[in-house]
Structure formats: structure tokens, C-alpha cells
Design a protein. Structure first.
Lengths: 266, 268
């Protein structure tokens, strides 16, 4: 356990440093809460106009949104900081990380833990609880198991997306916006009823980046709905496989990226 | 008058040139625009179909025009809240800006507008072309909407730069403004009509949105360009935009003056 002491020290210092700018920290918390709320509003506004979308009512989509959002917010809390890699590369700061006797990825993750992002998790949690309460669910041990499995796997899938994007930054200087399209576009996709997607979108956000596994498929299975073409409800039980696939891709990109890196700045 | 405006004209061109050098970033931006665009097509088309083919005046063609115009403007209308000026306040180089014989507010807005205008070339126009060719859309056939739309778009881009300047001036009083910037990013995108056109908002939310400058940045130019709003109503929207621009310019001017007295630069 002694091995973890440096990480604990680093994390504690990050947390202290964030709380020291008090006015900003409070606004940070409010913004983070608003992020969750506005993202929910984007979905709600559509359902304000039509009763059902892609075979889902608003009550049903609440569960999709909640599951995906909790998983994404937690992954963002732990891995979201990987977004800063391009800045580190350009400023030559990354070379310092190479000099320290800790794995590069772990250092990058612990280089900042944004406490403010906790406020956003709250919105997702409320949606999951509300979604479970208002829908007619045949509760059983397998429902509970599926909920736990999908939240854990969803967290792993979104975390893998952040690591994948960071790995790609090593050879895509200034390409952050491209990877953001799939990381943040992925989050947007994950909160939609996937039945509205056409086939190319199902390939990209259903399987290649397994976004449908984080909220949509588990919700189908929990509510006992059949699911559209290519996305049958039983796939919900394959969510851990989707997480393994996402991490395999993430580690591949990360490794190629780290090998490719020649040093920057001077 | 001529001579005093010349530096701003040069700053505008410098902004355009600066942005034109980031080619790979522009390509990345285009991929992002298109990816989000196709997701918006999926969910918004499904909504129009669920409403029976007409949703508050939006049929599929009009919805497609809204989607691809809004995606095209994503690189030009500042909805992320980050600005050079915020960085310059934070690292103290704003002290040098105040020594220059230029209006600090006008100079930073003009430069930002220059960058935004260039982004229309590699990101804006291609996004609309992708939408038009792959998905298809309904656009006006007479020149009027395009002419007034271009004016409205230029005002919208300028309003975006003016609001982001206001956000940055908070840095005179606060050490860290990232929280404010994120708050801006979330609220502005939603109320500007980036995800869902504001005509689909419930009444109270529509009123709330119209009480902010955000629809002037994106929704109004799109409404005019796509021919959804025409004639006197379109001129009315442009007038509202000009009103916002004047108010925001004045607010920025007052805050700059107050902030200048408050400014404390550390280190040497």
C-alpha cells in the first residue's frame, strides 16, 4: 500500500488547491450542476413537443439519460483531465512526467481531479432514481445486477474514450476537436434513444464507440422492451465485453502514442 | 477618422491570417461539426416525424437547414467562452494592452471577429455543403434572405465576441474565471439554439431565451438565412441584434474602465 502514498499526497494537494480560490470554486460547482441540468433540458425540450421518440417516453428516456450521465460524469471526474494532454505536449510539460518514477497515464490522471464535477454526478443520480421510480419495472435480482454491471461498465467505457482521445493527441497536434467529436459527441449520443439512428450511426456509436451500451441497451432490458434492428435488448448483458473492447482500443492508441512521442518544447 | 480606424482593420486581418494557419485544427473541427450534425439529424428528424411531419413550422427540409447552418456556425460563433483577452488578464499582459493607443475592448473584439470570419471558410461552408449533399435541405431561392442573413451573421459573430469579452472582464475581480467560462458555455449554447431550435422551447423558456443576447448570436442569423423569418420580421430580428450589440458594447466599455482601476499585476 506504500506505493500509493505519492498519489494520495498529489491528489490531496490538488483538492486543496481547488478549494483555495473560493469564489471560483463555488461558481465551478454551480456551472457543473448546470451542465447536467442543461443536458437534461436538451432532451426534455424534444419530449415537450412529442409524446414519444424512438419508441421511448420521457419517463423511459430519463433512465437512459441517468445511466449514461452518471457513468460519463464519474469518468470525467477521474479521466477528464486527459483532455489537457495537448497543452502539456505543446508546452513541453510532458517531458517532466517522463522523468518521474510513476507510470505516465497514472500521473496524467492524478494531475487534476476536478471536484466540481461531483455536482454534475448528482443530476445523473437523480435521473436514475426518478427513472427507476416512475417506470413499471419487474424487479428481480437480475435487474439489480444489470444496473450495477452497466454503471461500472459504462464508467469504464467513457474512461476508455478519454484515454483513447489522449493517445490520439500524440500524433494529432491541434486535433483535440476531432477527438472531442467522439468523446463529447459520444456522451450526446449515449443519452439518445438509439432507435432513431441510421445504420452508419449504429456502427459508429453503437459498436465502434460502444455508446449504446452505457444507457440505452441496459434500459431496454430493464424495462423489458425488444429493441430496434441491430440493437436487441439481450446485448445489455454484453456491456462488460463492450468495456473490454473500448479499453483494448484505448490502450492500443495510448501505447502507439507514447512510443511515437519524441519530446516537445525545448 | 480614417487613420484612427486603420489599426482595427489591420487587427481584423491579422485575426483572419492567424486562424488560417491552423489547417489541421480546421479539419478536426469539420469532422466534429459533421459528426454532431448527423446525430442531430437522427434525433431531430425523428422528432419531426413523430410530430407528423410538421413541428412548429419545421418540416424535414427546414430542420435540416437549421441543423447544418447551426453546425456551420459552430466554429465562428463563440459559444465556448474562451478568449485571448481572459488569458491576457490572467497573466498580466493586459497591462501592456492598456499602454497602447488603442481601445482595448474594440481591439480584442475585432481580432476575435477576424478569426471567426476565417472559420467560415474551412468549417462553415463545408458543413453546410455536407448537409446539403448528404441529407438535403430547403433553402431560400431569392437573394434577399442571403444578403440580410450575411449582415445578421456578421452582427451575430460580433455579439458573440462582445459577450465573451464581458465574461473575460470578470478576471479583473476574480483570479480564476474558468468556472464562469464553463457556465457561459453551457447556458449560451442551449439558449442560442445550438441543440434544439428555440421555436421548439415551451413558452416560458422561449421568453427567457429572448431576454438574453444568446439567440442573437446564432438563432436569429439562421432564421434569416434559412428563410424561416422574412420581410419586416427579419428586419426586426436584425434591429434586436443591433440593440444587443450596442448594450453589450456599452457594458464592456464601463467594465473595462472600472476594471482598469482595479487591475493589479503581480511579479515583474
Amino acid at each position: 500500500m506504500a506505493d500509493l502514498a505519492p498519489y494520495r499526497a498529489v491528489l490531496a494537494s490538488r483538492i486543496r488547491s481547488q478549494r483555495s480560490y473560493r469564489a471560483n470554486f463555488r461558481i465551478d460547482l454551480i456551472s457543473s450542476f448546470m451542465v447536467g441540468l442543461v443536458e437534461l433540458a436538451e432532451v426534455w425540450v424534444l419530449f415537450h413537443n412529442v409524446h414519444s421518440l424512438g419508441g421511448f417516453t420521457f419517463a423511459q428516456i430519463l433512465l437512459v439519460f441517468g445511466l449514461a450521465d452518471v457513468a460519463f460524469s464519474l469518468a470525467d471526474l477521474a479521466f477528464g483531465h486527459c483532455d489537457n494532454l495537448p497543452t502539456y505536449i505543446r508546452a513541453g510539460k510532458l517531458d517532466v512526467f517522463y522523468l518521474r518514477p510513476q507510470p505516465l497515464l497514472l500521473q496524467l490522471i492524478t494531475s487534476d481531479i476536478s471536484l466540481r464535477r461531483l455536482a454534475r454526478v448528482l443530476v445523473g443520480v437523480v435521473c436514475v432514481v426518478a427513472g427507476l421510480a416512475v417506470n413499471d419495472i419487474a424487479w428481480s435480482a437480475s435487474t439489480v445486477l444489470l444496473l450495477v454491471v452497466s454503471l461500472v461498465s459504462g464508467f469504464a467505457i467513457f474512461s476508455a474514450m478519454f484515454v483513447w482521445a489522449a493517445g490520439a493527441q500524440f500524433f494529432l497536434i491541434n486535433g483535440a476537436e476531432m477527438t472531442n467529436a467522439f468523446v463529447y459527441g459520444g456522451r450526446y449520443a449515449a443519452t439518445q434513444p438509439a432507435a432513431v439512428w441510421n445504420r452508419p450511426l449504429k456502427v459508429v456509436f453503437g459498436f465502434f464507440f460502444p455508446m449504446a451500451f452505457t444507457g440505452y441497451l441496459p434500459t431496454l432490458e430493464i424495462l423489458g422492451l425488444p429493441g430496434p434492428e441491430w440493437l436487441p435488448a439481450w446485448l445489455a448483458w454484453c456491456t462488460p465485453l463492450a468495456a473490454v473492447w473500448a479499453w483494448a482500443m484505448a490502450m492500443l492508441f495510448w501505447r502507439i502514442g507514447v512510443r511515437h512521442y519524441q519530446g516537445g518544447g525545448g | 477618422m480614417r487613420a484612427s480606424l486603420l489599426p482595427y482593420w489591420r487587427l481584423l486581418r491579422a485575426g483572419i491570417r492567424e486562424q488560417s494557419t491552423y489547417r489541421l485544427a480546421a479539419l478536426g473541427g469539420l469532422v466534429a461539426n459533421a459528426t454532431f450534425g448527423f446525430l442531430k439529424v437522427a434525433v431531430l428528424f425523428a422528432t419531426v416525424r413523430a410530430a407528423g411531419g410538421d413541428l412548429n413550422g419545421y418540416d424535414l427540409g427546414a430542420m435540416s437547414a437549421y441543423i447544418w447552418l447551426s453546425q456551420g456556425l459552430l466554429g465562428s460563433v463563440n459559444l465556448h467562452g474562451r478568449s485571448d483577452f481572459a488569458e491576457r488578464i490572467k497573466d498580466g499582459s493586459v497591462a501592456v494592452d492598456f499602454l497602447r493607443p488603442l481601445d482595448v475592448q474594440a481591439a480584442s473584439i475585432v481580432q476575435e471577429v477576424g478569426r471567426s470570419l476565417w472559420s467560415l471558410v474551412p468549417r462553415g461552408i463545408p458543413s453546410v455543403l455536407i448537409g446539403g449533399l448528404v441529407v438535403g435541405m430547403t433553402m431560400p431561392t431569392s437573394p434577399g434572405p442571403y444578403l440580410l442573413g450575411a449582415v445578421s451573421l456578421l452582427i451575430g459573430i460580433t455579439i458573440g465576441a462582445a459577450v465573451v469579452y464581458l465574461v473575460a472582464t470578470a478576471g479583473f475581480w476574480m483570479v480564476e474565471t474558468r468556472g464562469l467560462q464553463i457556465l457561459y458555455m453551457v447556458v449560451s449554447g442551449f439558449l442560442a439554439g445550438l441543440f434544439v431550435p428555440i421555436a421548439l422551447f415551451p413558452g416560458w423558456l422561449l421568453v427567457l431565451a429572448q431576454a438574453t443576447p444568446f439567440p442573437s448570436m446564432m438563432m436569429y442569423p439562421i432564421d434569416i438565412l434559412s428563410g424561416r423569418v422574412t420581410g419586416a420580421a427579419a428586419l426586426g430580428l436584425t434591429a434586436a441584434q443591433l440593440g444587443w450589440l450596442a448594450a453589450l458594447g456599452l457594458a464592456g466599455h464601463l467594465l473595462t474602465r472600472a476594471g482598469r482601476h482595479k487591475l493589479e499585476v503581480q511579479g515583474g
